[in-house]
Design a protein around this ligand. Sequence first.
Ligand code: HEM
Length: 462
Amino acid sequence: MSTTTIAANPKPRLPGPAIPAWTQWITNLLPWRVNLDSLGFMLKGARQFGNFYALWVGDTPIYVVSDPQLVREILVERAAEFHKADLVKHAVGSFAGNGLFTNEGDFWRRQRKLAQPAFHHGRIEAYGVTMVQQTQELIAAWQAGERRDIATEMTKLTLGIVNKTLFNVDVRAQADQIGELMTVLLIGANDRINSYNPIWNRFTQQNQRKEAAARQELFTMIDGIIADHRQHTEDTGDLLAMLLAARDEDGNPMSEQQLRDEIITLFIAGHETTANALAWAFYLVAQHPAVEARLMAELAPFDGKPLGVRDLAALPYSEQVIKEAMRLYPPAEGVTRQAIHDIELAGYPIAKGHTIAISTYVMHRDAKFYPDPDRFDPERFSAENEAKLPRYAYLPFGAGPRVCIGNSFAMMEARLILMTVLQQYQLLLAPGQMVRAEQVFTLRPKGGLKMTLQKREKLHGQ
Ligand code: HEM
C-alpha cells in the first residue's frame, strides 16, 4: 500500500532525472553544464518533477530546490547545518581564495563583521554621489546615434564605482583590460564546475593557462592598490583602510593573503552582478514603451538635474523595474549549499557533502508565485503586490546570514544609474539582434547587448 511505502523504506530516493554516470557529458548534463540551454533544462526539470527534485548522476544526487519554504529552511532556519558547496568554492577559490564569499564559520563571521560598516545605510548614501558622477562621466563620452555594447558599458561603470567607493582608487583607465581578465576568470570558474568530468577538463586546458595568467595580472593589480593604500598616512575612511587597520584579539593585522582575498572578492562580487542587472533592465525597458514612459514621468519633476540618493524616495517605479528585471534575469542564477552532516529535508535524507542547488531562476519563473511568469511587469513589485508574494519566493540576493552584503549598495546603484542614463538617452535595441541569456557563473546577455543611443530632446526649461 502506498501509505506504508515510506515507513517500509526509511531512505526514500527523491525522484528526478537519472543520468548514467558514463553518459553524463553527452546527455542531460551537457546542456546544463556546458550551457547550451542550461536554464531551459532547469525549468523543464522543475515542470516535470516539482520544486524539489534530484538530478541523479550515477548514484550522486544534485538536489534542485525552487520552493520558498525549503529555501527558508536551508538558508535561514537551518543555516548552521549548511556550508557553501565545495563545487562553488572549488570554482572561484583560485582567485577569490578564502574571502567573504567562500569563507566559513567563526572566521567568516569575524570578517563579515569587519566589512559590515562599509555597507551601513549612512555610509552607502555617501557613495551615491560617486555613482551618479561616474555615470555622468561615462555618458558624457557617448555620441548621439552611435551603437554601443551596453553590457560592457555597465561593467566598466560598476567596476569604476565599486573601486572608488570601497577602495578609493580610480581603475577606469584599466577597465577594458580588467573586463577581459574577468571574462577569462569567470569562464575558468564555469569550467571548474565541470571539472569532475575528465573529458571536459581536457577541452579546457587552454583556458586554464589563460586563467593562470589573468589571475596573476589581477593579483598584481590588487597588490598595487593595497601598497598604495599603505602609503597613505591619513585615514581615507574607505573599506580597504578599515581592513588594513583591523587587528585580531592578539593585536595582529590581517594576513596579506586574506587581505587580497577580501579585496578580490569585493572587486568581483561588487560589479559583475550589478552590471548584469542593469543590462537586463535596459533590454527590457527598451521593449516596453509604457514602462519607459512611466519612468520618464517619474523623472519629469527633476527637469534633467543630477539625481541624488535622497531623490530615490520620489522614484519608486525605478525600484520596481530593477526588481522585476532581476526576477526575470537574476544575475546570480542560483545559490548552492551542502549539508555539513547527514540531514533530512522534506522527509528525504540528504547525505553530508551532497550539493543542493537552489534555483533562483526557476523559482522566479514559477507561475504559482508569478502568474504569466515570462511577462515583464514591474507592477508585480508595487508595495501592495510585493506584500502578497510568499516570503523567499524572490531571492536575487540570497537570504539568511549569508545574504549579499552589498544588496542595498546594489539596489541604490542600479536605480541611480538607470535613471541617470534615461534622463539623457533613450536606449534602443539594435535591430536584428537575438538576445539570449547565458550562464557564465553569472547570468549575462550572450555576446553582449548592442543598443543605439538616442539623445533625448532637452527637457523644457533646460
Ligand atoms: C545586483 C547585484 C548583486 C546580486 C544579484 C548579488 C547576489 C548575491 C547573492 C545571491 C549572494 C549570496 C550567495 C550565497 O548565499 O551563496 C551574494 C553574496 C555576496 N555579495 Fe552580492 N550581489 C550583488 C551585488 C553585490 C555588491 C554590489 C557587492 C559588494 C560591493 C556584493 C558582495 C557580495 C559578497 C561579499 C557576498 C558574500 C557575503 C557573505 O557570504 O558573507 N554583492 N551576492
